[in-house]
Design a binder for this molecule. Structure first.
Ligand code: UD1
Ligand code: MG
Length: 447
């Protein structure tokens, strides 16, 4: 509608989250590798709010950091959702638009639902606020939406304050509101704590507005997933499952094959190219990009890494943060790549640790190669050139440079730089005694 006003958002996140039994503030618990409040902020963004204020408890610098550049306001004591909104008002001084009030622990609400909630606030000229409702066959302990004869919202009654009749109502309050910002400060002042929990309830806005002849409307969503809240670890797991389902679908829609979608775990920002094949039981931590036509084999764990096109990774590979694989790179079973770069066509097919290394193109790392990058105090770099052959069971003690085309013999422990095209052998010479084993057997038999 053309006469809609500008928008501000208040996100309530100062509750204690007791049932999580955690030292981490609830809104920072991750869903698909991202703090839950990040999901909420993402949904708000397309609405172009002028201001977003996140209400937190005192001493929660981690929340302020996570929501940066948005502002935080501190609620000194958790006296209820009405008091939490009040704590945000000084930051909205002089703001004349609409205020969206959202709960930090209801992170999956989508932009379209928020837009519908804002639209409900403009149902007619007498409407000053809207409430996002949802219907449950068997309602949880949510506030109930009591509708008047005209279909407008008459009041919200918290579960604990419900009469038996009110408790049988199936329409519930999700906790999300859109309120005329001109009226909000005055209405909030009038909220009392005269209820079963002695808390200041933001839900009282509905009846307070009615006293002023201002109507409230409910927008009822049918999308239960988008209004699910997190109060416990079980809720957190339920939301994780919803998000993983979406991310798997998205990956397949974008052209990746997932052999067993339910066993693949994505992060919110995982990017898979087209014709990527992901075998069962693969975990993608945050910050992973995989190029086209790469195969990620079963039981691989990848985070903070970019992988080029046409690569083969795993089974049982671990690619750790700050790593990158060029194109057509192969890493096989039990390979750990950590803070390392492997150039195009390089290979490490069996049982190796490659840490703090730069590995040139078409270089072959033999089975059982270990880069000793740590001396007990600091990490050191290893630079391996192009077309190098590292024999099996080799230890490369960093800092170290191995020139292009060099060959390191199997079983070596290399502590000095190896020039290009050189052979490096660093192992005991073999001693062979003809007939020794047969003589030993004969001696044993005789005794
Ligand atoms: C609230 C609603 C209820 C609704 C339900 C949906 C009120 C009074 N009740 O109840 O109608 O059905 O959500 O989940 O609003 N918070 C603060 N400061 C406080 C108290 C809470 O910031 O002093 C924050 C919490 O961090 C949380 C949110 O507000 O993110 C909701 O608080 P909570 O105590 O969980 O409210 P409910 O009892 O669930
Ligand atoms: Mg709650």
């Amino acid at each position: 509608m053309s006469d809609k006003k500008s928008l501000a958002c208040i996100i309530l996140a100062a509750g204690q989250g007791k049932r999580m039994k955690s030292t981490l503030p609830k809104v920072l618990h991750p869903i698909a590798g991202r703090p839950m409040i990040g999901w909420l902020l993402d949904s708000i963004k397309p609405l172009n709010p002028e201001k977003v204020i996140v209400v937190t408890a005192p001493d929660c610098p981690a929340v302020a950091e996570a929501v940066n550049p948005y502002e935080t306001a501190i609620q000194q004591k958790a006296l209820g959702t009405g008091d939490a909104v009040k704590a945000a008002l000084p930051a909205l001084e002089g703001f004349k638009g609409d205020v969206l009030i959202l709960l930090g622990d209801m992170p999956l609400i989508d932009t379209a639902t928020l837009q519908a909630l804002i639209d409900a606030r403009y149902k007619d000229t007498k409407t000053g606020l809207s409430v996002l409702g949802v219907e449950f066959e068997t309602p949880p302990a949510f506030g109930r939406l009591v509708l008047g004869p005209d279909g407008a919202l008459a009041k919200i009654v918290e579960d604990r304050d419900c009469s038996a009749d009110e408790r049988s109502i199936k329409l519930c309050n999700t906790g999300a509101f859109c309120v005329d910002g001109l009226e909000l400060p005055g209405w909030v002042e009038r909220i009392s704590n005269n209820n079963a929990q002695n808390e200041f309830y933001i839900t009282d806005l509905v009846s307070i507005a009615a006293q002023d002849g201002v109507k409230a409307h409910a927008y009822i969503t049918r999308d239960h997933d988008s209004v699910r809240g997190v109060n416990s670890r079980a809720d957190l797991a339920a939301l994780e499952a919803i998000v993983q389902g979406r991310l798997r679908t998205q990956a397949m829609e974008n052209g990746a094959t997932l052999l067993d979608p339910a066993s693949v775990y994505f992060s919110w920002d995982t990017v898979l190219g087209s014709d990527v094949v992901v075998e069962p039981n693969v975990f993608f931590g945050p910050g992973v990009m995989v190029g086209n036509e790469t195969r990620i084999c079963a039981y691989s764990h990848i985070e903070g890494a970019s992988i080029g096109t046409g690569c083969s990774v795993g089974p049982f590979a671990r690619v750790r943060p700050k790593s990158s694989l060029g194109n057509k790179v192969t890493i096989g079973n039990f390979i750990e790549v950590n803070r390392s770069r492997m150039e195009d066509g390089s290979k490490a097919k069996h049982v190796s640790y490659l840490g703090d290394a730069a590995i040139g193109s078409k270089t072959n790392i033999g089975a059982g190669t270990v880069i000793a990058n740590y001396d007990g105090y600091a990490k050191h770099k290893t630079i391996i050139g192009e077309g190098v052959f590292i024999g099996t069971n080799t230890t490369l003690v960093a800092p170290l440079t191995i020139g292009d085309g060099a060959l390191v013999a199997a079983g070596s422990t290399i502590t000095k730089d190896v020039p290009a095209d050189a052979l490096a052998v660093a192992r005991e010479k073999a001693m062979i005694k003809d007939g020794w084993a047969a003589a030993r057997r004969a001696k044993k038999k005789a005794s």
